[in-house]
Design a protein around this ligand. Structure first.
Ligand code: FDP
Length: 329
């Protein structure tokens, strides 16, 4: 089952579907392949760049995250499905060029997440989030982009690791497709992903422990204690690429967090490009995602690049963490 066919068959489940939503997902899967192709030769960029300059081809060697940003924008700008976009790499909203029709959807994306890992060959990814526009017609607006996460129509990520995957949900299950590079197609490999109810792994940058609030410190200490009944101590795994850490958490369970601390009370990760889409995916796989005070998807955004603390993962694990943060344990 290819991603293309899966998307088309899903559209049949919605009798009123106009095809725009399917078209949007098709375009995203093309963008994923274009970014994957470039990520795969990351170590060669300087060599290829030098050759380009010798050939006077006019190509400029761009940083990979800038390449991914432009590639996704250009794959998505002309389909007539979107009225506006916003990307983590750009301060303001990205308008659809005048010559192309405006559609009814809004796309927010993080073109290359975990980009500090590129030079050391560690897994990175792209994240996307789709909303319906709220403005009536014409060009999309900032307000179209600043919608709470629970209003997402779809969310997903591409992970460029030992294999490349496209994982997404339209609120009807979370499905994962693995790229078969020999045929250039994403093939259904993980249908209806369900996050385990409880895991055995915790994942966060423990180097920040001294700055965490006491509840978080006590929770992580709790995970390290030995107790057979609750399967402690937990193992620590932290890649430092959100896509990779969340992907593992989705499949193996446990908890992933980037909490606030007394240096950065709102944490490091962005609500619109990272936390909302991942929270939507994790919830639709049966898990939870909270800020410590509320559900991530209920946060009302006030700006495009705002940060928010996040704790996500297996329901039981997030429940326990929440208990510590709220002083109940
Ligand atoms: P990066 O800075 O490499 O782009 O939000 C970006 C992010 O990576 C996440 O992917 C990652 O989980 C986090 O930052 C890592 O932050 P720390 O280095 O502070 O752990």
């Amino acid at each position: 089952m290819t991603l293309e066919r899966f998307i088309s068959e899903q559209a049949f489940l919605h009798p009123g579907a106009t095809g725009h939503f399917s078209g949007l997902l098709h375009d995203l899967s093309l963008a994923a392949k274009l970014v994957w192709r470039e990520v795969n030769k990351a170590g060669l960029v300087n060599i290829l760049g030098a050759t380009d300059r010798m050939n006077i081809s006019g190509d400029i060697v761009r940083k990979l995250d800038q390449f991914a940003d432009e590639t996704i924008y250009r794959a998505m700008d002309h389909g007539g499905h979107l009225c506006v976009m916003a990307s983590e790499e750009n301060e303001d909203v990205l308008q659809i060029p005048e010559e192309y029709p405006a559609g009814k959807y809004v796309l927010l994306y993080d073109p290359l997440d975990g980009s500090s890992n590129i030079d050391v060959n560690v897994t990175i990814g792209s994240i996307f989030s789709i909303y319906k526009r709220i403005s009536p017609s014409g060009k999309g607006t900032l307000q179209d982009c600043l919608q709470a996460g629970y209003k997402q129509e779809a969310a997903g990520y591409m992970i460029y690791g030992s294999s490349t995957m496209f994982v997404y949900t339209t609120a009807h299950g979370v499905h994962g497709f693995t790229l078969d590079p020999t045929v250039g197609e994403f093939l259904l490999s993980h249908e209806n992903i369900r996050i385990p109810k409880k895991g055995k792994i915790y994942s966060l940058n423990e180097g920040n422990a001294a700055y965490w609030e006491p509840g978080m410190q006590r929770y992580i200490q709790y995970l390290k204690e030995s107790d057979k009944a609750t399967d402690r101590p937990y193992s620590l795994r932290y890649i430092g690429s959100m896509v990779a850490d969340v992907h593992r958490t989705l499949l193996y369970g446990g908890m992933y967090a980037y909490p606030g601390d007394n240096k950065n009370p709102e944490g490091k990760l962005r609500l619109m490009y990272e936390c909302n889409p991942m929270a939507f995916i994790v919830e639709h796989a049966g898990g939870r995602a909270i800020t410590g005070k509320q559900r991530v998807l209920d946060v009302q955004p006030t700006s495009l690049h705002q940060h928010v603390p996040i704790i996500l993962g297996s329901g039981d694990d997030v429940d326990i963490c929440e208990g510590f943060l709220l002083g109940r344990r």
